[in-house]
Design a protein around this ligand. Structure first.
Ligand SMILES: CCCCCCCCCCCCCC(=O)SCCNC(=O)CCNC(=O)[C@H](O)C(C)(C)COP(=O)(O)OP(=O)(O)OC[C@H]1O[C@@H](n2cnc3c(N)ncnc32)[C@H](O)[C@@H]1OP(=O)(O)O
Length: 210
């Protein structure tokens, strides 16, 4: 496939991911007695049939930078992230800004697919957002790092449908330990805060040494 074709294909994939995102939103807004339910199930089944011969085996997609170098490039690992992956429909997605001063930030607005208590973002997803943005701040110190500990304070409701500003910074480094703080603001006020510890593995995971 030529570069131009690749780029057109990627645009189509991005559009498909956006449609899938809109589908997730529509699914959680459907009335249980919606008359279109049988047709919806049928149409989605045929979409899955279309994909059946084209989805990659999971082994090709698991892993980091060097997953399956044997075949043609299967696409970026980061594009598949559940938080910032543009090709992953469960990701809002958020566009990360990662800075040289060991900070990371983003903004996002979440809809009903992320609802916990009525009108509020699910607490687990609040933690996931913080974990991800804080992980990227920690990732400015060392490439391979894992969340070892994360403590979230839910100070106030994290609202749906309003722009959330999520930011994180490395607080201090103690040997291998990277301590990070993060927060979420809505309308300028802090609604959730977190503190966490990130650590590199003792050995780089197999297949990702390059
Ligand atoms: C392509 C790649 C790009 C990557 C870019 C980055 C972006 C990523 C974005 C993604 C973001 C999403 C991110 C994700 O989703 S990461 C996925 C979720 N996290 C994991 O899966 C991690 C699971 N854990 C482990 O694998 C290991 O525990 C690791 C490797 C982390 C460390 O195993 P290791 O065997 O080395 O160490 P240890 O566990 O014995 O502990 C080590 C030290 O830590 C101290 N300790 C522990 N807890 C606390 C505490 N609460 N307060 C104070 N101290 C604490 C403890 O006492 C000990 O201290 P010391 O005795 O050594 O002094």
């Amino acid at each position: 496939m030529s570069h131009a074709d690749q780029s057109v294909n990627r645009q189509s994939l991005l559009a498909a991911a956006d449609h899938a995102r809109a589908l997730l939103d529509a699914m959680v807004r459907l009335d249980e007695d919606t008359p279109v339910a049988p047709e919806l199930a049928q149409r989605l089944e045929s979409v899955l049939e279309l994909l059946a011969d084209h989805v990659q085996p999971v082994e090709a997609m698991v892993g980091g930078r060097t997953a399956d170098r044997s075949g043609p490039r299967k696409g970026s690992y980061r594009d598949r992230s559940p938080i910032s992956g543009v090709l992953n429909p469960i990701a809002p997605p958020v566009t990360l800004r990662v800075m040289d001063d060991h900070t990371a930030n983003t903004t996002t607005t979440l809809g009903l697919a992320y609802q916990g208590p009525p009108g509020r973002v699910h607490g687990g997803f609040v933690a996931s957002l913080l974990d991800h943005i804080m992980g990227y701040a920690a990732g400015t110190v060392g490439t391979w790092i894992f969340t070892r500990s994360l403590t979230v304070d839910y100070d106030h409701a994290v609202p749906l449908f309003e722009e959330l500003a999520i930011s994180a910074r490395v607080d201090h480094i103690d040997g291998r330990k990277i301590w990070v703080v993060g927060e979420i603001r809505a309308e300028g006020s802090v609604v959730a805060r977190a503190r966490g510890l990130w650590l590199p593995p003792r050995a780089v995971p197999k297949g990702n040494e390059g």
